[in-house]
Structures are given as structure tokens and as C-alpha cells.
Design a protein around this ligand. Sequence first.
Ligand code: EPZ
Length: 431
Amino acid sequence: MDKIKIRGGKVLNGKIFISGAKNAALPLICASLLTDETVTLTNMPMLSDIKAMNALLEQLGTKINVFDDFVDGHATKTYSYRTKNIESLTAPYDYVRKMRASYYVLGPLLAKYGKCELSLPGGCAIGARPMDIHLASLEKMGAKIEIKNGYIYAESNGRLEGAHLILPIASVGATCNILMAAVLAHGRTVIENAAKEPEIGDLAKILNAMGGKIEGIGTSVLTIDGVEDLHGTVHKVIADRIEAGSYAVAAAITRGRIELINARAETLRQPLQVLRDMGVMVEETANSIIVDAKGRTLIGKDIMTEPFPGFPTDLQAQFLALMMTAEGASMVTETIFENRFMHVPELLRMGANINVHGHASAIVRGVKKLSGAPVMATDLRASFALILAGLVAEGETVVNRVYHLDRGYEKLEEKLKSVGADIIRIKSDDE
Ligand code: EPZ
């Protein structure tokens, strides 16, 4: 398994190009299942999660082509998806266990082909993550759902029917699955308490470009008038707000300055405000965000994760790492997932002063120095928090289980190296 070795202490300075968003791209790929025509996605990130989703779609019968492309002078990839002849309506265990976002095939397959068998994703490192809201909503739209032998068997007798749905939690995944089911349903679907994350806006946008009728994009009430058919389109994936936020913290934690090219400030209001409150200079330009902490003393700030537009849970670990280097105490509260402080024990091994209270909150007290250590994390964002700690720790930090990072950070070492980090990947073929 590959490792990443960092020598801490470099002040980062320069520009980083922000890639297309993983969490937008994954449902967009599945939206291509809703039409027989070609759906082309530009500004796609090269990540193992995208490869895993592509493998699942190929297994269903989708023909996929990949092309080299450029966005604002930066090399990127364009993928085209065409599902003319569906070969399977099953998302097997081996695919779903590798990537839970495989569950995004459920809505489209059920809506277009009237059937889907999906291995039920179990819990994961950050929480139990049930699918009850997805399933209850699809049942209200007329689907018959049975859970047997670890699989969800979903079937509809003809087209799904529009329904009035009030989500008990503004779930990102459930909102995406319902949207993809509702665009081809008979009649009107209303989703109240829909999630408002920008990735959902991106999905709604592509569905409308394919001929769907969705109103209320960006609000908590989505109204979908089902249509009989959807067609192909070309769509540019939005910039990854979590990648941008992660590199914003890299600038702040090293007291450096990074311009985040292509990052969209409107998708990062809360995290940018926290940085400003801590004493970081944040400037927004037409196509970038400049984060400048040069020569600044940062002050700790409390944060609490919430659904968008609140502070994102996917930046909690990175900001917690930043608080370790700020003056005073900061309280970090996690309200979205029940087990998202798994990075803390590893950070303690590097000399942090953090007290976790139950599963919901942690008090972080700023320390004068951190020291490098071999560390490993159990999920993607927690792994990035360890990279951040390594960037400021004295001596060498070796981050293990790099496959977590490869799921969500494109060209991680290359990007950090380009702004002055001392970072290398140690390749290994061992499993
Ligand atoms: C998405 O997960 C993201 N994943 C996560 O990104 C992100 O952390 C999360 O949204 C919150 O923003 C993708 O987009 C692929 P939810 P999702 O449904 O859709 C509970 C990353 O690092 N819930 O909004 O699974 C659930 O357990 C990741 O990139 C139910 O109880 O999140 C959680 O507590 C990890 N029943 C809360 O709702 C349900 O049926 C929010 O989950 C569905 C969700």
C-alpha cells in the first residue's frame, strides 16, 4: 500500500487548480442511465471513486469513453456515457462495498427500467449511514421494496408516480436518488426539506438540460414534473468545494498564501467566514479565492457542522487540524455523522491537545508545536487532516492508507509540491 511522506515546516505559496467535484460527478454519472443517448461530462476529476463508479456502469452495460481535455489551461478529463442496451439491473456487493455512492444507480434504474437490485451498503468508518429515507421515499412513489440477503430488491409496476415527500433529514444522497427517480415519474413530485448542497444543484441542472422539469434548485423545496423521456447533453462538473476548502486550510495552517483557481466562494461561505474570523485574509476574485495567512497569528474559533449552507462535515477534520495551531481553545461540534472524530487519536500522537466529548464535540487547544509521526486514518477527510498536520509538524510524518486520499483528492502530492510542500509518495505493491 502506498504511503505519503511529508517533511513539515514549509510555508506554502502559489496557485492550486481546483478539480471537478467528486460528490457532484458521482450522481451525474448515474444520471446518464436515465437516457439512451450520450451524456458527456467535462472537468471530471481522476479519482479512484470515479473509476469505481465507471466500472459499475460498465457492468450495467454503459459504454464509456474518456478524452484528455483542458479547463482554463489545466489538463483534465472528459467522459462520455451511453447506455443504449442495458445488460444488468444489479449493483453487486463487490462494487457497493468499495464505494457506497454506488447507491445512486437505484433511482435511475428504477425510474427508467422499473427494477433495481442493489447490495445494501453497510455502515462505514464515519457512521451507520442507513438508506431508510431513500427507500421510504421511493415506496411513496409506488416502488415495491424488499430487503433480502443483504440486497435491496426494488420494482415498480409501470412508471413511478409523483408524490409529496417531506424528508425527515435533509439527506444529500436521498435527495439525489429521489430527483433521478422523479424526473421520469408520472406526475408531480415535491421534495420538502430537500438537501441544498451545490452538488444537488449540479445534478438538477444536468437533469433539466436532459429535458427534465425541476424547479426550486438551490432551495429546500424541489418540484419535479415528470417527463416521458430524457435526452443526452454535455455538462461541466462544478469545482470541488471540499478540495478547495482543504487547500485553503493548507495555506492557513502553514501561514502561507495560496490562490485556489476555479474555486467558487459561494459554495464555501461558512468555512471562508471561519478563516476570516480566525485572522486569515481571504479575497474572492472572479475565478479564484486567495487565502493568505502570511505572518499572521490565528485565533481559535468554534465550528459546528450543519447541512449546506452551514459548515460542511467534509471540512470538519481539516479545520480541527487548523485549530491545533491557533491561539486559545476551539470547540468543534459534529452534527451530521456519529463517528467523525477518528482523526483525533492520530493527531494526539503528533502532540495535539484535543479532548473529545462523546461522539459530538471536541475541544481543541492550540499547541506551540507538533511533531511528525507515522499515522493513518479511517476515511478520506480525516486522512487529509493528517496531511495538514504533517505539513506543520517538526520532522517527518508518514501517512499510511493513502487509498483513502486517492478516492477524493486528485494529484494530491503534485498540487502540494507545486506550492512548496516537501511531500512524496512511497509506492508499494503490497496489499
Ligand atoms: C454525502 O453523503 C456525501 N457523499 C458525504 O461526503 C457528505 O459527508 C454527506 O453527503 C453530508 O454532506 C457523497 O456525496 C457521495 P446524507 P450522504 O445522506 O449522501 C443520515 C466525503 O468525504 N441518513 O446527507 O451519505 C446519515 O446517516 C463524504 O466525500 C439517514 O439517517 O449523506 C447522516 O447522518 C463522506 N437515512 C445524515 O443523514 C438516510 O436514508 C446525512 O447524510 C440517509 C441519510
